[in-house]
Design a protein around this ligand. Structure first.
Ligand SMILES: [Zn+2]
Length: 312
């Protein structure tokens, strides 16, 4: 067995930056989260990132841990060169940041930069719920919907690096307005924000809308309105998964995001309509849904996993 080596790993989101030293055996050391404070702008954010990475490098030196490089998962759309091609207003000024180039210049270490959901998918495929699976689609349900296609054990990036933008595939002509400028995008229905809208439409109590966990608790307890809402939400998720199944002939889906903590109860509400919508020939030995298993460490693990040498 080769000697244990490490990558400095970063998972940069709109509210928090998670970071760690991740070992070639999948161990996660010195994991912690600091607030992003994105409102302070790009230069402040870059300085914070540089300080975090420098701290981890110092720790690795003190421990005598050899470093292979730096892996970053960041919110936003990331191109094949590690530049943030587009970021929403949650990260002001982040659009256009040539992150990989800046980090390599600063630290002189090999660096990879990918989208944060791509990093989560890679982490789960390396050490988590989808361990060792060569072909997989990851769907992250949050404020919006992020996605990632893994083919033959690696990210399928598309022409420019942006593959996986399933959240913006349109499922309702003239439907709900979306942050992307279109109407009827899947994420407006199947994200957690979409679930909150659905609850409003269905006249759910404010307590459920504020805290979807309460909705699920009531549904589990047999409340008929709560059960109906969860069933409708499951169907909205299933519509997108059925489209992906018919497009890519994929039968393995990893579902990420805090809501997947609802586990099997949520999955069974997706599975039933999905089975109904997918043409039998595409169902093979079944369509498999897996809730993410690594929790808040998935992003740093995935970002580390693609640093050259980490998976050898
Ligand atoms: Zn959209």
């Amino acid at each position: 067995m080769s000697r244990q080596r490490y990558a400095i790993a970063i998972d940069l989101g709109g509210t928090g930056i998670k970071s760690a030293l991740v070992g070639t055996d999948g161990s996660v050391e010195h994991f912690h989260t600091v607030p992003t404070e994105a409102g302070q702008g790009r230069e402040a954010l870059l300085s914070k990132l540089f300080r975090l990475i420098a701290d981890h490098r110092r720790t690795a030196e003190q421990e005598g841990w050899p470093l292979l490089g730096i892996g970053v998962g960041t919110a936003g759309t990331v191109d094949s060169f590690g530049t943030v091609a587009y970021a929403t207003e949650h990260l002001p000024g982040w659009t256009g940041t040539p992150l990989r180039k800046l980090l390599e210049q600063e630290f002189g270490l090999p660096c990879v930069v990918v989208n944060d959901v791509h990093a989560i998918a890679l982490g789960e495929q390396w050490q988590g719920a989808a361990q060792g699976m060569a072909n997989l689609i990851c769907v992250a349900l949050g404020t919006g919907i992020g996605g990632c296609i893994i083919r033959n054990g690696a990210i399928f990036a598309g022409d420019d690096g942006y593959a996986g933008g399933f959240g913006h595939h349109i499922i309702a002509m003239g439907g709900l307005p979306c942050s992307c400028g279109n109407r009827g995008c899947w994420e407006n229905y199947a994200s957690v924000s979409g679930l909150k809208l659905l609850m409003r439409e269905q006249g759910a109590p404010g307590l459920w809308i504020e805290n979807p966990r309460e909705l699920f608790a009531q549904a589990r307890g047999g409340d008929s309105l709560a059960k109906e809402i969860v069933a409708l939400y499951g169907e909205r998720i299933a519509i997108g998964l059925a489209n992906l199944t018919h497009t890519l002939n994929s039968r393995h889906f990893l579902l990420a995001g805090a809501i997947t903590g609802q586990g099997e109860f949520l999955l069974e509400n997706i599975r039933e309509p999905l089975h109904r919508m997918v043409m039998p020939v595409y169902q093979g030995d079944g369509i498999h849904l897996y809730p993410a298993g690594l929790g808040e460490q998935a992003g740093v693990m995935g970002a580390a996993s693609i640093v050259p040498g980490m998976r050898e």
